[in-house]
Design a protein around this ligand. Structure first.
Ligand code: SF4
Length: 291
């Protein structure tokens, strides 16, 4: 849940989730519809699907235990190097470094070398006797994450109070490395068209896949370069929405209609038992202002 998402956003979802699914077996008996509904609003729905798929595999093939080999763990849906190492450290107390952006930044600052100039695998392998010296490996994995989040922060590292400042090359250097910005924010404009009716309903086509735009489920959505009047459609408003590294300007158009294209159904703008992705929910909110 915490991938790409802030802790304060995750907390209520995590609490609901763990209340509902008390253990792996309970989760494995669930289904996508249920899981996605609980995940609604958190975004990155692929995580929910992967989590469910992992629970089913672990229960069925591994007797509800996490495998101990990194190659086996990495075969689980959605699990890459970072998660596999973090799990081995946290679950089995194995000496591992889970390399995410925070941890890379700590190394990079310590050496005062830009991240893209470091071969992290080689660096860790070469220094593992110096780095992995504790018996509390689970705590070490967590400590590195926390250290990056609270002390060696992306902006304004707390060097004065840092326990590593005596050896840190960044702290000592007069020529400090600059922070690398990985995410290029792209601005895009989209026209979105929707059918609504007097019963406060909107027409959607249900897709089995989760995603933005490619699997999107409105009658018409198109990239636009400029705002213009559209024949037969009423313009409601322009609003902003961000998805990952995309900053979107949405021009929303609507039409009251009782007839809708084949494969579309009416969905209430107010309450839905179905899972509705956050992006679509935002459209619901904007359209609701018409009533
Ligand atoms: S001294 Fe500053 S830059 Fe170096 S590890 Fe500590 S917080 Fe990071």
């Amino acid at each position: 849940m915490l991938q790409q998402t802030q802790v304060k956003t995750v907390i209520p979802y995590f609490n609901n989730f763990t209340k509902k699914f008390k253990n792996l077996t309970a989760l494995s008996r669930s289904n996508e519809k249920q899981i996605l509904k609980m995940w609604e609003g958190l975004g990155y729905y692929r995580r929910a699907k992967n989590l469910l798929a992992c629970s089913k595999i672990l229960v069925k093939i591994y007797k509800s235990k996490l495998p101990q080999s990194i190659n086996e763990i990495k075969k689980l849906p959605g699990v890459g190097d970072y998660t596999a190492n973090a799990l081995l450290g946290l679950v089995y107390n194995k000496p591992r470094i889970a390399l995410d952006g925070n941890v890379k930044r700590i190394f990079s600052r310590n050496l005062n070398i830009e991240e893209n100039k470091i071969n992290f695998d080689k660096l860790i392998e070469k220094n593992k006797k110096k780095l992995l010296i504790t018996a509390r490996n689970a705590d070490f994995v967590e400590a590195l994450m926390e250290f990056g989040a609270l002390v060696c922060k992306p902006k304004d590292p707390n060097c004065i109070n840092c326990c590593l400042n005596k050896t840190c090359k960044y702290f000592k250097s007069n020529n400090k490395i600059k922070r690398i910005k990985y995410k290029m924010i792209k601005n895009k404009n989209y026209d979105i068209f929707c059918f609504i009716n007097k019963k406060k309903q909107i027409a959607l086509q249900k897709n089995s896949q989760i995603g933005f735009l490619k699997d999107f489920n409105l009658p018409k959505i198109q990239e636009s370069n400029n705002f213009s009047k559209k024949q037969n459609w009423k313009f409601l408003k322009t609003y902003k929405n961000s998805i990952s590294n995309l900053r979107l300007n949405i021009n929303l158009y609507y039409k009251f209609s009782e007839k809708i294209p084949p494969k579309f159904s009416w969905f209430s703008l107010e309450k839905n038992k179905e899972f509705i992705p956050s992006f679509t929910k935002q459209i619901f909110r904007q359209v609701s202002t018409l009533f």
